[in-house]
Design a protein around this ligand. Structure first.
Ligand SMILES: Cc1ncc(COP(=O)(O)O)c(C=O)c1O
Length: 392
């Protein structure tokens, strides 16, 4: 009789052989432009810490103050043991920041997606979902039990065709990522809204990579396109530009009232902790006070992407601070990442199943925390490794 997990050993061996085995590095310092990773000081191009808030003194002080007042743990789920005034204050501030009636926080962006989608559609219903939507949207769709119809990436024409082809349905829902996390391109939200409105289908956007990045002072994709009041569900995360952790669903009061009754990760899992919430409140304060960090993020991203392109790298369809360096096969991407690391630059290779086979890449995350000299160092290192591996 074979060992119960012999099949896992075989699968892992196959991943290693194909260059698809993901080895996670260990970080020994706080988030920032420079990190100690596996004992080596390296320039950080991996984190979603867009605005450098993950170790910002205002956020860490707010987290300490929240611990001093509320302790560290929520003790039980909010529906059973009550909710803190800190959580309701954050939800009020997030709703005001995004210009919506109400918001509800979750433990993570992943949980926000698996909370809201099954609360809105179920068996007998149809979801139209962009083919490149994030894994948490896909899992939320699967959990709902609704029929999932994937439309071609960012193709409004294909969405129209797919809607026309689905004649049997109860409720319907259109879901798109706002900024696509592996390519850095932006969903055509105004056109998606036109289609949604024509068919009276609710529209949902996951703005995980737009929150704190797109729109006036980082108010997100809806603000970027001036679509206030037209997008029915906005999902977001505080784990990226907000520098902490936690998910959010924002929209009409009736949506949030319903989620408080029916969203399973809200009903059956404990809330964000007090220090998370305290730090998020400080992030909202900072964003409301000034656009300086958001402006610097975009200036850095433009400089870096232009630099890579002028050296001859393929940066795909990126329009945002997420800049993929397209390399094709996973072993080349992994080799590229290893050589960057040996030269003091931390930028991870991304391969299947996170992206399609043959679309492996190095994914560069720009941030407001980088100085001009950091970016010049990074560009020089990419040039050196790119030439050594025959990519440019
Ligand atoms: C588009 C998108 N949605 C949701 C998430 C999940 O966010 P969190 O890390 O807060 O669970 C991510 C994170 O990678 C994401 O990129």
């Amino acid at each position: 009789m074979s060992a119960p997990f012999a099949w896992i050993e075989q699968e892992l061996a196959a991943l290693r052989e194909q260059g698809l085995f993901n080895t996670i590095r260990t970080i020994g310092t706080a988030q920032g432009a420079w990190l100690e990773v596996d004992g080596q000081r390296v320039l950080n191009l991996c984190s979603n810490n867009y605005l450098g808030l993950a170790n910002h003194p205002r956020l860490t002080a707010a987290a300490h103050a929240a611990i001093d007042r509320m302790g560290v743990g929520p003790a039980a789920v909010r529906t059973i043991a009550g909710t803190t005034d800190l959580h309701t204050e954050l939800e009020r501030r997030l709703a005001a920041f995004k210009g919506v009636e109400a918001a509800l926080t979750f433990q993570s962006g992943f949980n926000a997606n698996i909370a809201v989608i099954p609360a809105l559609v179920g068996k007998g219903d149809v979801i139209f979902s962009d083919r490149l939507n994030h894994a948490s949207i896909i899992d939320g769709c699967r959990l709902s039990g609704a029929k999932i119809v994937a439309y071609d990436h960012n193709s409004v024409g294909d969405l129209r065709a797919k809607i026309a082809a689905e004649t049997e349905y109860g409720r319907r829902l259109i879901i798109t990522d706002g900024v696509f996390s592996m390519d850095g391109d932006i969903a055509p939200l105004p056109d998606l809204y036109t289609v949604a409105a024509e068919h009276s289908i609710p529209l949902m956007v996951d703005d995980a990579h737009g929150e704190g990045v797109l729109g006036r002072g980082g108010r997100g994709i809806v603000d970027h396109f001036g679509l206030h009041g037209k997008v029915d569900v906005e999902v977001g995360t505080m784990s990226k530009a907000f520098g902490t952790v936690g998910g959010i669903v924002a929209g009409r009061q009736v949506l949030v009232d319903w989620l408080r009754q029916r969203a399973r990760p809200f009903l059956f899992s404990s809330a964000m902790t007090a220090p998370d919430v305290g730090a998020c409140l400080a992030a909202v304060d900072l964003l409301e006070e000034s656009t300086e960090l958001v402006d610097r993020l975009w200036a850095n991203a433009r400089f870096f992407r232009d630099g890579l392109r002028s050296m001859g790298f393929d940066t795909g369809v990126s329009q945002t601070p997420i800049v993929p360096v397209m390399l094709g096969e996973a072993p080349l991407a992994q080799q590229f990442s290893r050589q960057l690391f040996a030269e003091g630059v931390f930028a991870m290779a991304i391969g299947f199943p996170t992206v399609a086979k043959g679309k492996a890449r190095i994914r560069v995350m720009n941030s407001a925390a980088h100085s001009m000299s950091d970016l010049e160092t990074a560009l020089a290192t990419f040039e050196k490794v790119g030439k050594a591996l025959g990519v440019i």
